[in-house]
Design a protein around this ligand. Structure first.
Ligand code: NAD
Length: 369
């Protein structure tokens, strides 16, 4: 088909290949039933790559990622490779591909499906209908700033230090991602900082305000991170898009993830800067890891992986109807009571990984009938 999209699929380790197998069925369904088509290439990453090639990110994998329109990944890592030196462990493959593709924006939606609203540790009325997007800056800030280290002072005293730095281009590019995304949603951005204490985030707030001025139809607000942590559990539905620094985003996105109550349901995207032709590197993956405790048992929840694919359709290809179709199929499967072991409850139909794949495909068939 003329408009075929080139997808690189990286199953990875543990439950990665099991849940990728289900998303491949959804992609095949799309190929047959919708006006979009995909050329799929598979490659190695993580422990699977170490076993076959000795390195967690083979050059061919990075090359294929750079050539593709989008990358869909399972997860990497596991006990088998934990004995290896730190710099050749499977997780280095993930960091390597993020760096190689220049992925600086991490998007984590926190969506509560009605059928699962009671899985949250918060009260039903606080989370029911929740649909927020946390955008975390991924390649700058205190996790990468120099100087850093641990120094020996006198008298056995040691000093540990890290540096929080951001440049204006780093703030502008993540700010633009947030504004553009809000334009496709409820048109509200809340920028989180600690501008009452940290100079770097005084500048963050000033620069975000400048970016906001060039998006007159987006409502921009600012909030200190300590208040944001409280507001996320007090009244999370007040937010639409949240944008913040690397470290604040790391913490707040995990907090927001738990509002939904289940790790097996959470997709994510990491985006790079668009090039002069408008092509934007992007990697989509579930938030969870390789779940070694259940790997090989056929019981993993494939929905975070399937929802990562619907994010891919929306954010890499603007295929909003196709993305919504998948999300509706997932919602219908849950409404009918199908549950993998991690989200099951009284009166629900317990299904395997492929059983949940069947349920989603059945719903897609019915929606498209
Ligand atoms: P994990 O997310 O793999 O598992 C945490 C718990 O959640 C486990 O009990 C697991 O069974 C359960 N779980 C996770 N995903 C599930 C799913 N889809 N369906 C049902 N249950 C699910 O986190 P962990 O145990 O801390 O890490 C295991 C390995 O994964 C480690 O090697 C870690 O480094 C790696 N990891 C990789 C990524 C990634 O590739 N992006 C992210 C996190 C952890």
């Amino acid at each position: 088909m003329a408009n075929a999209k080139n997808l690189l699929v990286l199953p990875g380790d543990g439950i990665g290949p099991e849940i990728i197998a289900q998303v491949l069925r959804v992609i095949d369904w799309m190929d047959r039933r919708r006006s979009v088509s995909f050329n799929i290439t598979e490659a190695l990453i993580g422990g699977a790559a170490i076993d076959k090639t000795g390195v967690p990110l083979p050059e061919e994998t990075l090359e294929a990622a750079l050539k593709s329109d989008a990358v869909l990944m399972g997860a990497v890592g596991g006990p088998k490779w934990e004995v290896l030196p730190f710099d050749v462990q499977p997780e280095r493959g993930l960091l390597g591909i993020r760096k190689g593709l220049g992925l600086f924006a991490n998007l984590r939606p926190a969506i509560v499906f009605d059928a699962l609203a009671d899985a949250s540790s918060l009260k039903l009325d606080i989370v029911k209908g929740l649909d927020i997007m946390i955008i975390r800056e991924l390649t700058g800030g205190i996790y990468f700033g120099e100087p850093r280290g641990i120094e020996e002072l006198e008298n056995g005293i040691r000093k540990g230090f890290n540096t929080l730095t951001y440049t204006t281009p780093e703030i502008h590019r993540i700010g633009k991602v947030a504004m553009d995304l809000a334009g496709k949603r409820d048109k509200r951005v809340c920028s989180i900082d600690k501008a009452n204490v940290l100079e770097t985030t005084v500048m963050w707030r000033e620069e975000m305000t400048k970016i906001g001025a060039s998006y007159p139809d987006i409502e921009l607000s600012h909030m200190y991170v300590d208040n944001a942590a409280m507001q996320l559990v007090r009244n999370p539905k007040q937010f639409d898009v949240v944008v913040t620094t690397n470290m604040f985003g790391d913490i707040l996105s995990d907090c927001a993830a738990m509002l939904t109550g289940s790790l097996g349901m959470l997709p994510s995207a990491s985006l790079g800067a668009p090039d002069s032709d408008g092509k934007q590197a992007a990697l989509y993956e579930p938030v969870h890891g390789t779940a070694p405790d259940i790997s090989g048992k056929g019981i993993a929840n494939p929905l975070a992986q399937i929802l990562s694919f619907s994010m891919l359709l929306r954010y890499s290809f603007d295929l909003f109807d196709d993305a919504e179709l998948i999300e509706k199929a997932v919602q219908n499967a849950l409404d009918k009571g199908f549950r993998t072991a991690d989200i099951t409850g009284d009166g629900k139909t317990l299904v395997s990984t492929s059983g949940m794949g069947d349920a989603v495909i059945n719903e897609l068939d019915m929606l498209a009938a």
